[in-house]
Design a binder for this molecule. Structure first.
Ligand SMILES: O=C1O[C@H](COP(=O)(O)O)[C@@H](O)[C@H](O)[C@H]1O
Length: 267
């Protein structure tokens, strides 16, 4: 059984005892968002992260979603990517391809991976160019309060240090406001070279979902979700996810939610 609660600023936090249950509800929610977006705009522009998220999306590849989702209308992007070859074990593209994209009928030309043959700086520049073209043709919508792209859904994971995408605590790119896609060459976690959406782009999305599991992330989830004030020891990138107009939903398992204030899990 899941426990669901709306925090004071309309974020929603959904907590699950079992990963299978989390995965099933996540698939259901993504398919609902896809249906709504296809109905409204004719397309669904979704940006994926890497890490544990992909295996938690597994139920989307199964019935009924394998048949009911309008896969032909999906356009796939990456919120962040490691600057390695597409067949490299660290590639977020490879992870998504093996665990998700190869199992559903998404149109290959709708899959927008990064240019893996150039430097991190150039890959970020190229990726932003691709996104700008697709904003122009309205495959990706545009925010009505900034010039940022407005993805229909951005899916994030969170590391035990509170990092999301490749935005790490106390890193100067957290302050990046001008670029849509930026790069780092000094990631605290390997591989060092990565490209990432910036916070303004993440916060312009229509929907943001953060999926977090495991007790190693409980403290970071508490710092990101609860009102901790000056207790917060580091800048928490996850706490900076504050969609301007969009909806934010956290999907947590019981272990990741174990340090949340005022959230008592009940059967
Ligand atoms: O390095 C990364 O880490 C985060 C979190 O990964 P997880 O395995 O702890 O869920 C991931 O969301 C991001 O895309 C990835 O590049």
């Amino acid at each position: 059984m899941a426990l669901s609660g709306a925090k004071e600023d309309a974020r929603e936090v959904r907590i699950y005892e079992y990963l299978d249950e989390l995965s099933a509800d996540l698939a259901d929610y993504i398919s609902e968002l896809s249906e709504a977006s296809v109905k409204e705009r004719g397309v669904f522009a979704i940006a994926l992260s890497g890490g544990s998220l992909i295996s938690l999306m597994r139920k989307l590849c199964e019935a009924p979603y394998s048949k009911t989702v309008d896969w032909a209308k999906w356009y796939i992007f990456w919120v962040d990517e490691r600057v390695v070859g597409k067949n490299h074990v660290d590639s977020n593209y490879k992870l998504a391809k093996d665990g998700f994209l190869s199992k559903v009928p998404i149109v290959p030309s709708h899959v927008h991976s990064i240019n893996d043959t150039v430097s991190a700086e150039k890959a970020a520049e190229d990726y932003e160019f691709v996104i700008r073209q697709l904003v122009r043709t309205r495959v990706i919508s545009v925010s009505d309060i900034s010039d940022c792209p407005k993805f229909d859904l951005i899916l994030l994971g969170m590391g035990p240090d509170g990092h999301i995408a490749s935005l790490f605590p106390d890193h100067y790119i957290l302050d990046e406001k001008a670029e849509w896609v930026t790069f780092i060459t000094d990631s605290p976690e390997p591989p060092p070279e990565r490209i990432t959406f910036t916070l303004p782009v993440i916060n312009s999305a229509s929907n943001v979902v953060v999926v977090v599991t495991g007790s190693s992330k409980a403290e970071a989830a508490h710092l990101a979700i609860d009102d901790v004030g000056p207790e917060c020891p580091l800048s928490s990138p996850a706490k900076m996810i504050q969609p301007t107009k969009g909806k934010l939903v956290w999907y947590l398992d019981k272990a990741a939610a174990s340090k949340l204030e005022g959230t008592k899990y009940s059967e």
